[in-house]
Ligand binder design. Structure first.
Ligand SMILES: Cc1ncc(COP(=O)(O)O)c(C=O)c1O
Length: 406
């Protein structure tokens, strides 16, 4: 690990204090030109005792705006202290989790997985428009039927077509259908494919078998770019299955979405977008003239406190603490799967995943409501999922099995 090193609470606090000191402060300095300030002091007084030993809350009330993309361009200089921590976080995720070389990846803390996925589609659509003189009709997005709906939203916003490939019982796509689909798209004049690979899908926790898909894309003769949606799995799968190839060591993988507000238990607003250097320029909004360094991101203004929260959580656990945490959740998931199998309850769990998805026929209304099990579709539920998070502990899982009554 080059960047991810466990730190004590006082080391973390000291680092953030230094970052806030490096920022200019609305409390102490004359900052006239920005349409923002510290958080409203009637509700969030600077003197509140709860702030004393709480660097995240201190950052929150100081309200640094991390608009722009700091790994790439200069940004608002008055918030350079906390921007440095965001840059560090991007490098930590890229190098220590997703196996990039140092300084090879750009990225930013986005509002969530949805924004990160749309950012990827936006970059690649513009890349194909600019570098291959394509029209929107010559660009298509392909992915599995189990892919998150943010991709549907993105294709709608960007006016590019989407083709979702049916999956088999093991939740892997039908490769024969993908081959057929690509041939048909080619015949219809499509020359450029944006492929979304899943690192743990929302409902099944399934991980796409990337080698076969990449081979088909190569054989198709079409131009392609691959984005990995690790919004759910990005902070889990690289640790539960360290040999996986959905990372930047794989030259075919160009960008990755990962969400800290899921497995990392960070506050909402902590999606992370990572992309190889040389690509953020395709979403450069040069008309963002009043923003220092202009803008490359979808979102505009965003709170610097979000990056601080993620950085703090990761540094407090340290990499080995994190591996341990993932393994505890994985152990619970395997245990539950085993218990369900003993009871002949039909369920799906991808190897190395902490999501267990149960066929609806085994569950009754009471148990669904008591444990707030989430269906694949509220209109016609066929499956319900259990996500083994920190609070879904072994005692609760035992209680669930008793309630199941089988
Ligand atoms: C695989 C996957 N991608 C994207 C998203 C969207 O994330 P968000 O809700 O943070 O926008 C989710 C959310 O559950 C997800 O599971």
């Amino acid at each position: 690990m080059k960047f991810w090193k466990k730190q004590t609470h006082s080391e973390i606090t000291e680092r953030i204090r230094a970052a806030l000191n490096q920022n200019q402060s609305f409390y102490k300095e004359p900052i006239f030109g920005m349409p923002c300030s510290y958080l409203d002091p009637l509700i969030f007084p600077e003197s509140s005792p709860i702030l004393a030993d709480a660097p995240y809350l201190q950052t929150l009330i100081n309200n640094p705006n991390h608009i722009g993309c700091h790994t790439l361009a200069t940004s608002e200089t008055i918030f350079s202290g906390t921007q440095e921590i965001e840059k560090y976080l991007i490098e930590l995720c890229s190098v220590d989790i997703f196996k990039a070389n140092e300084q090879e990846i750009d990225g930013y803390v986005a509002s969530g997985g949805t924004e990160s996925n749309i950012q990827a589609l936006w970059v690649y659509r513009n890349y194909f428009l600019k570098e291959f003189n394509a029209t929107n009709h010559q660009i298509s997005v392909c992915c599995s039927f189990d892919t998150h709906y943010s991709i549907v939203k993105g294709c709608d916003l960007l006016s590019i077509s989407l083709h979702q490939i049916p999956v088999m019982e093991n939740r892997q796509i039908r490769i024969d259908v993908l081959i057929e689909k690509l041939a048909q798209l080619k015949k219809n004049g499509v020359q450029n494919i944006i492929y979304i690979l899943n690192m743990m899908t929302t409902m099944f926790g399934s991980v796409d078998e990337s080698e076969a898909i990449i081979e088909v894309l190569k054989q198709s003769g079409l131009n392609f770019k691959i984005h990995v949606d690790g919004a759910y799995g990005g902070f889990f799968y690289p640790f539960s299955n360290p040999e996986n190839s959905l990372n930047f060591e794989n030259e075919n993988i160009n960008s990755i979405t990962v969400d800290a507000h899921k497995m990392v238990q960070a506050p909402y607003g902590t999606g992370i977008f990572l992309i190889r250097k040389g690509f953020m320029k395709y979403t450069h909004t040069s008309s963002a003239k009043y923003v220092k360094g202009e803008d490359y991101t979808l979102v505009g203004s965003r709170s610097g406190a979000n990056a601080i929260a993620v950085w703090m959580i990761l540094m407090k656990h340290g990499p080995y603490g994190w591996i341990e945490k993932v393994n505890i959740l994985l152990h619970r998931a395997k245990w539950l799967e085993n218990e369900l199998n003993k009871r002949s309850v039909c369920c799906f769990r991808e190897n190395y995943s902490n999501i267990i998805t149960i066929k609806a026929e085994h569950l009754n209304e009471n148990i669904i409501a008591k444990y707030y099990l989430v269906p694949d579709s509220h209109d016609s539920p066929a499956w319900y999922k259990i996500v083994i998070m920190d609070h879904v502990n072994s005692d609760l899982l035992h209680e669930f099995l008793l309630d199941l009554g089988i």
